[in-house]
Ligand binder design. Sequence first.
Ligand code: ATP
Ligand code: MG
Length: 447
Amino acid sequence: MLLLDLNNLCAMDTQGIVIRIKTPAGDMDSSVDCPSLLNFNDLLVAIRDVMPEATVTAFEYEDEVGDRITVRSDEELKAMLSYYCNTVNEQRINGLLPEPLQIFPRAGKTPGIRNIHGLKVNTRPNPANDCSPVTPEANNSLKKSSAELKKILTNGQISAHDIHCQEQLGHGNGGTVYKAYHLLGKRVLAVKVIPLDITVELQKQIMSELEILYKCDSPYIITFYSAFFVENKISICTEYMDGGSLDVYRRIPEHVLGRIAVAVVKGLTYLWSLKILHRDVKPSNMLVNTRGQVKLCDFGVSTQLVNSIAKTYVGTNVYMAPERLSGEQYGIHADVWSVGISFMELALGMFPYPQIQKNQGSLMPLQLLQCIVDEEPPVLPVDQFSEKFVHFITQCMRRHPKVRPAPNNLMEHPFIVQFNDGNAEVVSMWVCCCLEERRTKQDHEHM
Ligand code: ATP
Ligand code: MG
């Protein structure tokens, strides 16, 4: 039966299919050349491209009796396509033109919690909607498949003119990050703008050093779209993460932190496999979104960029391993320390060295960090956290780099193994709840 369905699917590849995304703004058609190669995530990305403000984690289609069936995995997508193929065959046999495959984006489980953007998705098909005019702009965007959009974005076609900066997302030691809209790609981006007073030669060197970012392709690493200089400012355009960075969340519960740790370890293992040290692992460089994804950003691929920023901003990063603070040589194990100290802070809701008063940001005068070099590293309280978690942190924060776990050992650590279950829903629910709480608090403050 399955074989038959797959054969059907492959047969459809010769003609392609049209998927109609039903959105509150109207119907958005997207053509798929090879349905058998389509995967769930690609389709979700395409939906998010046309509904950038929504929290879409799944979608639905209707069976022959009008019942809604949810799709949230590759298997369920295959089942939907297979069902659709049979319908199309029937329509053809009856001399009818095949209808597009209609899908209904779904915004979270419980609207109160998940539907944080107040998105209203039609839950019943609305025939009027089918006839409603779609603005040429929206229609145009939907004709582009997500792969095409990605191509537009990664071909280096992003220029300052195509970007509309919206609100400021944050300000770090190097520059300012904005939420922005890319007009050509019709996509929301994060743009980091860093002022740099450097020569054109150095600008060229930075651009060539950043080129490796195009090759980074991991679900645990932020997608890099493009970078460009305008006068003395570099703009670095990346994927936007609607949950922001972890530094602004209060104490994170262990079962959520466990899933986040798995993603961080996988992201680092990926970078290390490309011989890239992150060099700046810290909560503000771990980003989350309402789909429950966790991604690393701001890793030091461009020595020149790091050096140029360092010339402007003085101070030492409090998440640095003792060997880095003392100016010794360092490697992968320094990143492992930073994982340990970051997760300890996220679990406790405070920086683990109470004598270090972190104000805004993570840079401090080196002298104030001497305790990290001299003292025994702190340990998580055993009565508040599981044995596996306490052990994980203790191992990552061993004073001597060589005894800290290496990449393979990290993946095999019982704490990571325990939470390596692919359950993005846990992180997704937690991010949505926190954002909702934050919004309610802001609403109260404005009242
Ligand atoms: P540093 O400059 O030392 O790295 P930082 O990480 O806090 O410090 P930035 O990297 O400039 O500073 O980032 C500022 C803030 O912007 C982050 O804390 C985060 O909240 C937000 N941010 C950065 N990148 C993104 C992104 N891709 N999506 C959403 N928010 C982002
Ligand atoms: Mg950062």
